[in-house]
Ligand binder design. Sequence first.
Ligand SMILES: Cc1cc2nc3c(=O)[nH]c(=O)nc-3n(C[C@H](O)[C@H](O)[C@H](O)COP(=O)(O)OP(=O)(O)OC[C@H]3O[C@@H](n4cnc5c(N)ncnc54)[C@H](O)[C@@H]3O)c2cc1C
Length: 493
Amino acid sequence: MTPPPRHLVIVGGGTAGWMAACTLQKAWGTDCSITLVESPRIPTVGVGEGSTPLLQQFFAGLGIAESEWMPACDATYKAGILFDRWTGDENFRSYFHPFFSALDLQPAEQFFTNCNARRRGRACDTQPDHYFVSASVTAQGRAPVPRQTLAHPVDYGYHFDAGKLAAFLRGFAIGRGLEHVLDDVIGVEQGETGEIAALQLAECGRLAADFFVDCTGFQSLLMEKTLGVPFVSFGENLFNDAAVAIATPVDEAAPLQPQTRSTALSNGWAWQIPLQSRRGNGYVYSSSHISAEEAERELRRHCGAADSVPARHLKMRVGRLQHHWHRNCLAVGLSQGFIEPLEATALMLVQFTVEQFVRDFSRGAQESYNAALNSMIEGIRDYIVAHYLLNTRGDSEYWRACREDARPSENLRALLCAWDGTGDFDAALHAQRQQQVYLRPSWYCILAGMGRFPQASVAKAGDQSRHSALDYCRRAATELFLDHREQLARLPG
Ligand SMILES: Cc1cc2nc3c(=O)[nH]c(=O)nc-3n(C[C@H](O)[C@H](O)[C@H](O)COP(=O)(O)OP(=O)(O)OC[C@H]3O[C@@H](n4cnc5c(N)ncnc54)[C@H](O)[C@@H]3O)c2cc1C
């Protein structure tokens, strides 16, 4: 058993740095002194406002209740993601990708059965929104938090202000003894064996440690720039490399739907994220297909932002490091790679990277750790790439290129081939169970939601299975869940 390092230094004070700090402090705090160095000059990326359900476990692990962190971070609940206009076919204009739970077991089985029948050419209803309780919870503007404890928990995620979340976690970690240094790393000293020995700080001088965590964002200062770990680009599959973000006011009169809305635009897609006091909007696009100025104009039109509202432009580097733990260094967050924010998976990866590292460090399982992380990242990538491959939009060269020029992995090709044939799609999914991050409901939702069916199979208007499933979902939403704003009001501010 390898004991924890005695002194560990984290470089970077974005969400990744502070999430890593809190987790490592909780796991090793008594045996290891932790310092976080953060530049007062280089801003954090400042976006990243949606999570997956795994974030529930992050806060639970730290013993932080929703009533403590959510009001401080302007947070709302999230039941899933609405994908709007990702196809050119009005019959498949939008679908909801839900966070699912045991409440969905029965209607979801009906959905899978209908999808498989329709794949074989039979007309039946396959609109995902009719078969998942969280889609009805969202349509009714409720929060996905059950009013009373159920036999099985309900998974949900969050929306939040990224800057406020980092500040909250900073306060939490510093309150528990973490040393915080505001300074710039201007040099890195390596030992004879190539390990990192110390950092050179602009003001405070030399800072030595046994272990270093690189949370320096896209510049990957320690892992890539110092240790030379290669970067594997996903550029041949994912063409988006830039984003522009704008905040707009919330509409207090409209229901507060617990969803991220992802709308396809001319050369990428736009997110809309409802927070308590504002709405986050952004356009993720390919800079080879549209200029930053045109993208900003298109986003302003889309979200109704006046020219006077400031916009923030960002560049994205899409891909991953070859190794995430190398020598005495771990890369976490944008420094280890980024897929793109379509399914809001980056913080989930941050959490997994640090929690699994704590488990694997003591047994020195570096090789299997790096392999597990790469497999997870590639599993997420395949699901993201599927959105682009399945698009049927005909309005720009960008959407044609996404469909025809991308080079999907073997795994993704095998899944699409199984779905398009008449064989057993579940068997194909099962065969990839070790590599897939997204589970059966997610794959059925995307394939059915984007209308990947034989042309002749048109749903019948009076399909009975649709009615009974939708009635069940609507009833469950009404009976088990409170209005979203009412649920938030119960959290002390
Ligand atoms: C457009 C966009 C949308 C996104 N949406 C989502 C989303 O919905 N959900 C999600 O989970 N994720 C999302 N992400 C990803 C998410 O924003 C990041 O994973 C998260 O913010 C973590 O960033 P980070 O801490 O790794 O890097 P950063 O926020 O860039 O922080 C880097 C830190 O390193 C410090 N630093 C850098 N160099 C030095 C130096 N030399 N010396 C000292 N300090 C230094 C900086 O000062 C800063 O504190 C999105 C990302 C983008 C680009």
